[in-house]
Design a binder for this molecule. Structure first.
Ligand SMILES: [Fe+2]
Length: 400
């Protein structure tokens, strides 16, 4: 639990019907308006224009937002388009706007912090919080690592863990009590675990009749988990309970680092892996889960969004004959890069260590181990990115 109760806002419902803290040191120094919108000038010379439709739609008064649920009740489809009849900037920097829509009038109030946070001007530079810091084998010297007690007991520890996941895509916890329930305790500090066909969590041990490669003593090439799911899990947690076998080292690579190098050095291969899906599937007696998706996904601005790569889950991909050779060549190029030691972070997970990583970015694997030489017992589970981001926003509500 955070230091705030999720269901009880620490203060009365704020003027903008938003529980997020939106503060700014900047001030509005000039206000101009006409029937179609307002223009603000700030003390850093920024100019922000807000359209009348947008302002009315985002009015957060109790008539437009449910006073407890804080959700929008205003339906612009039911009103004629509004005009602004007056706009006033009060000494407390609250902007008050009077709208007229047909026969009806309405008063909206907007704080400067909210206006600054929601400024949609094209000219402003939007800083990306937690931009990915790409890494290679050198991260071994600076891998983020926090104490279990710091993470579990302090908001600062929770925030540091989340920031590491968002920035590096990987973070370690040390000193986790070597008990079976501790993995879920760590996960649930963030939110509910994401279950799969392997259950809420799974034990990674070598089994006599395994239904997955993970449950053998084989080495595992770098991969992402559940590549056969339409939307693979976002964050994976692996907790080491026992490890005294010969072999069984964990290996990680920053898939975004490798994919960016692929984009630079082998653009045709990058393009093929980005534009053509390959099939992944998992089947046993209880399920048959398949999807076809690209190895590399980018967002609308070309930024890397997801790496999906898992050789033992690769199915028989249907492709035009002319693409068979180029696709195998592209996969081979990417795969050989993943095997390059310069990208690989080798880590012997000791008992009491818990590693978490972004399964859409960081690939993981292990070296083979000799199951007769001792015991190796890991437990794993998954979290949703939404719960990670939500926890970070809840932390931001707590006064520093
Ligand atoms: Fe895995």
């Amino acid at each position: 639990m955070l230091a705030t109760d999720k269901h009880q806002p620490a203060s009365p419902v704020p003027i903008m019907a938003d529980l997020a803290r939106m503060e700014t040191v900047r001030s509005i120094v000039e206000l101009e308006y006409d029937g179609r919108g307002v223009t603000l000038r700030w003390d850093d010379e920024r100019r922000s224009r807000f359209h009348v439709l947008w302002l009315m739609d985002n009015c957060a008064c109790p008539k437009c937002r449910h006073p407890q649920a804080l959700e929008r009740t205003f339906m612009f489809v039911d009103l004629p388009h509004p005009d602004i009849t007056s706009a006033t900037l009060h000494p407390d920097q609250v902007l008050e706007i009077e709208f007229r829509a047909g026969e009806e009038s309405h008063l909206g109030r907007y704080t400067k912090g909210w206006l600054r946070a929601h400024d949609y001007s094209e000219t402003i530079e939007r800083a990306r919080e937690y931009a990915s810091r790409l890494w290679d084998a050198g991260l071994a010297h600076s891998l983020p690592c926090f104490d279990y007690e710091f993470y579990m007991g302090r908001n600062a520890g929770l925030r540091a863990w989340i920031e590491a996941v968002k920035t590096y895509g990987i973070v370690l916890l040390r000193g986790v009590p070597q008990q079976s329930g501790k993995l879920l305790e760590v996960a649930r500090r963030i939110g509910p675990v994401r279950a799969s066909n392997f259950g809420e969590y799974y034990d990674v041990v070598s089994m006599p009749n395994p239904n997955a490669s993970a449950y053998t003593q084989m080495g595992l090439e770098l991969h992402t988990d559940l590549a056969n799911w339409r939307v693979p899990p976002d964050i994976q947690l692996l907790f080491c309970l026992k490890s005294n076998v010969i072999g069984g080292e964990s290996v990680f690579a920053d898939g975004f680092r490798v994919a960016e190098d692929l984009r630079t050095e082998h653009p045709a291969a990058f393009n093929l892996l980005n534009t053509h899906g390959i099939e992944y599937r998992f089947h046993d007696d209880d399920c048959d889960i398949r999807t076809t998706a690209p190895v590399i996904e980018v967002d609308g601005e070309g930024r890397l969004a997801r790496i999906r790569f898992n050789n033992w889950l690769r199915g028989a991909t249907v492709l035009p004959d002319a693409l068979i050779e180029p696709m195998y060549a592209a996969l081979e190029t990417f795969w050989r890069m993943l095997r390059n030691p310069k990208y690989r972070l080798n880590l012997r997970l000791e008992p009491g260590y818990l590693v978490a990583y972004n399964n859409n970015r960081v690939l993981h694997g292990r070296t083979p181990f000799d199951s007769t030489s001792g015991e190796r017992h890991l437990q794993g589970c998954y979290l949703n990115q939404e719960d990670v981001d939500s926890t970070l926003r809840l932390l931001a509500r707590v006064p520093a």
